[in-house]
Design a protein. Structure first.
Lengths: 465, 249, 206
């Protein structure tokens, strides 16, 4: 069974996920883990609401003047001795990274976790171009061994059990003693540290993402708990940081604000263990650091999201709080969505990257409960944006045509009260048919009795003079 | 017993198409309840649907047409009572959003929105009404997502239930959606049912055997699953618990 | 048109501005936990360090600090000592420690000197430079981080302002506790891939 699913088959994917007992067991950790961690972390921030409002305002300001801040960022990176590249599309971004690697005579690449590199599919083409590419975030390393996509924005191997990891390490680390005991987490982590430490020290190029790009200083901010981003970007002689254009923050004070909300919203941490600021290659005289530093700024559909209906989605800081609180995600996990970004942020963002025709299920598969937006640190109006995508889908006829036609008919009938009531009464004979909406309802639940006496008409009747 | 906020004002009832078609007894309970509080309530006969299914389904044109129609029908009233958090949300929050860029309707929709109240919110915050004791026992309170997040109506139903003699019970999964979500329940029925089962577990764990909510949709969905699974739970719209019994004349 | 031009033009078409804003936004609120001072800040710092699963030790002076290191470091192996002047120039031999100056990929224990610390989060702040290799904080299994009490700042804003005032060294590291991963069954394990143990030694110069 391939872990790479098709978003067009989301309903079938959900059925598969709901029937997958081991997956359901791991998903229990969402309620018991992530949700509780976030709640506990917010206890010491009575200022939470004003911080969220401030972050939304700071991000909106950055977006409203994005060309200005991008240019300021670029100028400062260059002044610091770095280089800036711009990529309109995934393929352009990949070509740029490959060229940088080739021109620097790179053979071995280490990567820290970057959802953007998943989005553009960076690894496979680099491997095809002859580079060794090793993911160094433990979760990403594990799924790289298994050839699976990440199932969660911050916890890529969330869907796996410890036994899965043991099996993958045994299969992949053939140079180690097959009789060694790696049946517990500690030994697995020790082994990963050992294997990956060699990779860090042998690599020529480290590729990272960026959690924020600070315009006023030309700085890239990276956050990890493992320290793998730091090891990836310090020892190798070249560092490439690749980030979406929307990651811009104007100033350091904005970064402080974002950092206060990021860790707490994501995993209930005040700070990730390692928060690092990279502002250029090693300075003359520095004891270590890369000789060359490149930033690749990627569009890949983001500039189109600047329109009023969707702009706020670009505030996202990739904390995954929305996923962690979404009852749909909690029921089916990340792979069912079949795209890079699952859950509510995916529903709001992915259609811009992959087109609404392929991804229409994502914004549709929401009850609009609004829990996601109630926990989003940047107050992104996720349900409003999902509704916008539903409108796009409706207009382009990509959602199932019977549903669209039914809605149009419904609106027509509802403009004519007598017809409306007649239709409701007419529903009676169709109420128990084995096809149509009531049959779909009945697949999972009993149905209420078919309409008989209609309330408004009865009152009207009763009150006739 | 009415406080002067609403005394002498014209009150219209938007029944909601679900109550109209699927639960007329709920509509009757709403009428009895609001009349007991001293109001004369009009039920405009031309009403049909607020247009939420169209709005949520991406049919802006249909949603706007039904919104204009609903505003025209109910505008003449001083207050519009809606026995549903989600339809109430459509009127109060979404109508202004639908017409935000419409020079002609923006102000009209905003003015209209101010008059629209979810039922319990109206009774507590506008009418200042107190309930007469009319029931007893533990009731599992289900907060619909719209009542919780759009209409901020969580204290009001509990206050009214207590005054009426009931013991409303909370559950720790109150912030998790029950899975109804309108058309979501039909389009993504597998996930919807799973969410419903999880919610039923939480509601049943309170020890109550009656579940109430301000939204009929949630109740129909949960009842449908509970019956299918043979759970010992009954489901009543909050109006039915608060209203005086029907007169048998 | 270059990619750069295309992207900037696409943004401009949808209303994004290439001029700087005219007015400043109000400064973002700074929460109460970030504005403590004096003893209250120090109490916060020590509590946060411990919460981050690091060990906190107070040392009256450099000699006491080296004694704490000697007591904890693995025996019979040299310790990597960062070339930072406040660390490298100490009398390690007198403390019974064989010090190798510079970051090391082979030695299990390493000592580096923090430039500052943050009470709000219990973080240590390290600036890259001629005498402070970044790898000194990441390669060792057990990382001894020296920090002067007088350099503890109230909050993140102060630390970032300090970094900016230093004209942004090429690397600034905020380190809060030992390295860890929750990637296997959402349970924390330490030591992937940075130090498994972090000992924060506060030089009580205040």
């Amino acid at each position: 069974m391939s872990a790479h699913k098709n978003p067009r088959q989301f309903p079938a994917n959900t059925r598969e996920a709901l029937a997958n007992a081991p997956l359901q067991k791991t998903l229990e950790r969402i309620k018991l883990g992530f949700q509780l961690f976030r709640m506990a972390a917010m206890q010491e921030l009575p200022e939470l609401e004003s911080l969220r409002t401030a972050l939304a305002a700071a991000k909106d300001r950055a977006l409203a003047h994005l060309p200005h801040y991008l240019e300021q960022f670029e100028k400062n990176v260059i002044a610091n001795g770095g280089q800036v590249h711009w990529a309109r599309s995934a393929s352009e971004a990949i070509a740029i990274v490959s060229r940088i690697a080739r021109e620097a005579g790179v053979k071995r690449i280490v990567k820290s976790k970057s959802m953007l590199t998943e989005e553009i599919g960076l690894n496979a083409p680099l491997i095809r171009d002859g580079f060794e590419v090793v993911e160094t975030d433990l979760g990403e390393y594990i799924i790289q061994l298994r050839d699976e996509p990440p199932s969660h924005i911050i916890a890529p191997a969330f869907h796996l059990s410890r036994a899965d990891v043991t099996q993958s390490f045994r299969t992949a680390h053939t140079h180690l003693d097959p009789k060694r005991d790696i049946d517990d987490r500690k030994s697995l982590v020790r082994e990963a540290r050992q294997v990956l430490r060699e990779k860090f020290l042998a690599a020529d190029l480290g590729i990272t993402g960026a959690n924020a790009l600070i315009a006023e200083t030309g700085t890239v901010c990276l956050v990890t708990n493992e320290g793998n981003a730091d090891l990836s970007m310090t020892h190798p002689r070249v560092h490439v940081a690749i980030a979406g254009i929307e990651k811009i923050l104007p100033a350091m004070d904005d970064l402080a604000l974002q950092l206060r909300l990021l860790g707490r919203s994501a995993s209930g941490q005040r700070m990730t263990v390692y928060t690092s600021l990279r502002s250029g290659p090693r300075k003359v005289g520095d004891a270590d650091g890369p000789e060359a530093f490149h930033v690749v700024l990627v569009d890949n559909g983001r500039s189109q999201l600047m329109r009023a209906e969707t702009r706020e989605v670009l505030r996202c800081i990739r904390c995954a709080a929305c996923l962690n609180h979404c009852p749909v995600y909690a029921s089916v996990g990340g792979h069912a969505y079949g795209v890079t970004y699952p859950g509510p942020i995916g529903a709001a963002f992915q259609p811009a990257i992959s087109g609404i025709a392929a991804t229409h299920h994502l914004p549709s598969a929401s009850s609009f409960c609004g829990r996601c937006e109630s926990v989003c640190p940047a107050k992104i109006p996720l349900t409003r944006i999902m509704r916008h995508w539903r409108e796009e889908g409706f207009g382009k006829g990509v959602a199932e045509t019977p549903n669209a036609n039914a809605l149009k008919l419904f609106a027509f009938a509802a403009r004519h009260p007598r017809l409306f009531r007649a239709t409701m009464k007419l529903a009676r004979p169709f109420w128990h048919l084995p096809f149509g909406p009531m049959a779909k309802w009945r697949k999972h639940r009993n149905a209420p009795p078919a309409p008989a006496v209609l309330f408004v008409a009865r009152v009207q009747q009763r009150r006739k003079p | 017993m009415i406080v002067s906020l609403a005394q002498g004002k014209r009150v219209g009832l938007m029944a909601t198409c679900m109550i109209d078609a699927l639960s007329p007894q709920t509509g009757e309970a709403v009428l009895r309840l609001v009349e007991q509080c001293g109001f004369t309530v009009d039920v405009p006969p031309q009403q049909t649907c607020c247009g939420q299914p169209n709005w949520n389904g991406g049919d802006r044109k249909g949603a706007a047409a039904l919104a204009r129609r609903t505003i025209e029908i109910f505008e003449p009233f001083d207050y519009v009572i809606v026995p549903s958090g989600s339809c109430g949300g459509q009127l109060r929050i979404e109508y202004p959003a639908i017409f935000a860029n419409d020079a002609q309707w923006a102000e009209r929709a905003a003015a209209f929105a101010h008059k629209c109240f979810e039922l319990t919110s109206f009774l507590v915050n506008v009418a200042g009404a107190a309930m007469k004791p009319c029931g007893s026992g533990k009731i599992a309170m289900h907060d619909s997502c719209s009542a919780l997040r759009q209409m901020a109506a969580t204290a009001e139903p509990r206050k009214l239930l207590r005054e009426a003699g009931y013991e409303p019970l909370d559950n720790p999964s109150a912030e998790t959606c029950c899975g109804f979500g309108g058309l979501f329940a039909i389009k993504y029925g597998d996930v919807s049912a799973r969410m419903g089962r999880d919610k039923l577990d939480a509601l049943a764990a309170t020890g109550a055997t009656t579940v109430t909510a301000c939204d009929l949709g949630c109740l129909i969905h949960l009842k449908g699953i509970a019956e299918r699974e043979g759970r010992n739970l009954s489901f009543r719209h909050i109006a039915e618990l608060l209203a005086p019994p029907e007169q048998t004349s | 048109m270059s990619a750069r031009d295309d992207i900037l033009a696409a943004l401009a078409r949808l209303g994004a501005l290439s001029a700087a804003p005219n007015t400043a936004l109000a400064a973002p609120p700074v929460p109460a936990i970030a504005v403590k001072s004096g003893d209250s800040a120090y109490a916060r710092f020590t509590a946060m360090v411990k919460e981050s699963l690091a060990e906190l030790v107070e040392a009256a002076d450099a000699k006491a600090a080296m004694a704490e290191i000697a007591a904890r470091a693995p025996r019979n192996t040299p310790i990597a000592v960062s070339p930072h002047p406040n660390a490298a120039s100490l009398d390690w031999t007198g403390a019974g420690i064989e010090a190798r100056i510079g970051a090391s990929r082979d030695l299990p224990a390493g000592v580096s000197m923090a430039d500052a610390a943050i009470a709000e989060t219990g973080s240590l702040l390290f600036f890259s430079g001629a005498n402070s290799p970044v790898l000194a904080h990441f390669l060792p299994d057990i990382h001894f981080a020296l920090v002067k009490r007088s350099t503890i700042l109230p909050g993140l804003n102060d630390a970032l302002a300090l970094a900016r005032a230093r004209a942004m060294p090429s690397t600034v590291n905020f380190i809060t506790g030992p390295s860890r991963s929750g990637d296997i069954e959402q349970t924390l394990e330490l030591g992937a891939h940075g130090p498994r143990q972090l000992v924060v030694i506060v030089l009580m110069d205040r």
